[in-house]
Design a protein around this ligand. Structure first.
Ligand code: PMP
Length: 433
């Protein structure tokens, strides 16, 4: 093992030898040395309740998942060109959760790779490369993924939308272009406008890619009826529909296992990432047989690590734990409790302008009476919560949304603790910071 280094030493080394565009959480960075269920533990043994990490899906270092990885690691790890039960087992576990139309899988190593592959499939199937995506959407760190991620190309260091990317407005019922109830069809019309833009350029539509709850956009729930109509519009234009489930999938929504199921649609391609490996790099693309057939045009798809026996052992165990520990139900019950209580807090503290989300994927938007986003106050809350041992993240185009997306083993007791400290801090005098 490596020798002990103080936090200052760790920071100094990073500054010199790790890329400057890697960021650190908190003004005073924390060194974490262990994970345990919904907790992270720092070098002094302090336990932090983690409401940020939707990767440690079944809890940090879940013993069953750790053991599955260790055992397979000691036996064999190779690429997927040899037969092995593990890849079939993981495929079967995933298929059991998916509609029967999505019956073919490819395994990769990250959400970015999954979306990258999805876009390659779109090009192979439709022959088109024009992609329609949401404002403030994020789909990954590769060239292609950045090109369809307004969160990045419309943000710092970005250069705006490339010619083949077409962005529809964030379907935000709270502060978006259309507000309140019944905005689904209005936003679907915005997708149609982008389809028309593609046609005006003399080209055809490749695909629509959208998250069922737009995470980086600030936990934006898609308005009722939006996805169904948007999918219809896209399909009428000959395009494919991709559901990016990297953040929301695998039971987190509570009511449903996948986010798209909240909207009664069946995508052509579904991308899965973060939660599937519980921290191990593992991701997947599910698609229809028609898409898979056209993608297999003769060029081999080879992925050195994707679908290896260790990753698959881990992924299989994660999905079994979700099922056997009833974590989807827990997401529903604890999520509903937390959302209801947060809405209650919002009636006492009007700066909590909106509480939204499904299951254990919630957002709280901080605003003043004129709806002005309160970014500094949101940052203050997240930092003060850390002082009380609760990790929270902030996001949204105006950095004024507190996000809650903990490991699914988050209990009602954990939720009560979060609510207790949030209320305590909300009583502090921090409006003038
Ligand atoms: N899609 C979404 C919705 C994401 O949130 C992310 C990661 N934050 C990705 C794709 C990319 O996944 P990864 O970081 O594993 O490449």
């Amino acid at each position: 093992t490596t020798s002990y280094q103080t936090n200052n030493e760790l920071v100094a080394f990073r500054k010199k030898h790790l890329g400057r565009s890697l960021s650190l959480q908190y003004k005073e960075p924390i060194k974490m040395v262990r994970g345990d269920g919904p907790y992270l533990i720092d070098q002094f043994g302090r336990r932090y309740l983690d409401t940020v990490n939707n990767v440690a899906h079944v809890g940090h270092e879940h013993p069953r998942v750790v053991k599955a990885g260790q055992q397979q690691m000691a036996l064999l790890n190779t690429n997927s060109r040899y037969l092995h039960e593990n890849i079939n087992a993981l495929a079967q576990e995933l298929l059991d959760t998916l509609p029967k139309e999505l019956s073919v899988l490819h395994f990769v190593n990250s959400g970015s790779e999954a979306n990258e592959l999805a876009i390659r499939m779109v090009k192979a199937v439709t022959g088109e490369r024009d992609i329609i995506a949401s404002e403030v959407g994020y789909h990954g760190n590769t060239n292609m993924c950045i090109d369809i991620s307004s969160y990045k190309f419309d943000g710092k260091g970005g250069q705006g939308a490339p010619d083949h990317t077409h962005i529809f407005p964030l379907p935000d019922a709270f502060r978006g272009k259309y507000r309140g109830e019944n905005t689904g069809l209005l936003y679907a019309r915005e997708v149609q406008k982008q389809i028309d833009e593609v046609h005006k350029k003399g080209r055809g539509v490749g695909a629509l890619i959208v998250e069922p709850i737009i995470s980086c956009g600030g936990q934006i729930e898609l308005p009722k009826g939006f996805l169904k109509q948007a999918y219809q519009n896209i399909r009428r234009a000959g395009g494919l529909c991709i559901s990016d489930e990297v953040q929301v999938g695998c039971g987190r929504m509570g009511k449903t296992f996948w986010g798209f199921q909240l909207h009664n649609v069946i995508p052509d391609i579904v991308t899965v990432g973060k939660p599937l490996g519980n921290g191990h790099p593992l991701a997947a693309v599910a698609c229809t047989p028609e898409v898979a057939e056209k993608f297999a045009n003769g060029m081999e798809y080879f992925n050195t690590f994707g679908g290896n026996p260790v990753s698959c052992a881990i992924g299989t165990e994660v999905l079994r734990v979700v099922k056997e520990e009833g974590l989807q139900r827990n997401a529903l019950e604890v999520g509903n409790y937390l959302k209801t209580e947060l809405k209650g807090l919002a009636t006492k503290f009007p700066i909590l302008g909106d509480v939204r989300g499904e299951g254990l994927f919630l957002g709280i938007e901080l605003v003043d009476a004129t709806l002005k986003p309160l970014a500094a106050q949101t940052d203050y809350l997240a930092n003060r919560m850390k002082d009380y041992g609760i990790l929270m993240s902030t996001d949204g185009p105006y950095h004024n949304v507190l996000k809650i997306k903990p490991p699914l083993v988050f209990t009602k007791g954990n939720a009560t603790e979060l609510l207790y400290y949030l209320e305590k801090i909300l009583k502090e005098d921090f409006m003038k910071i």
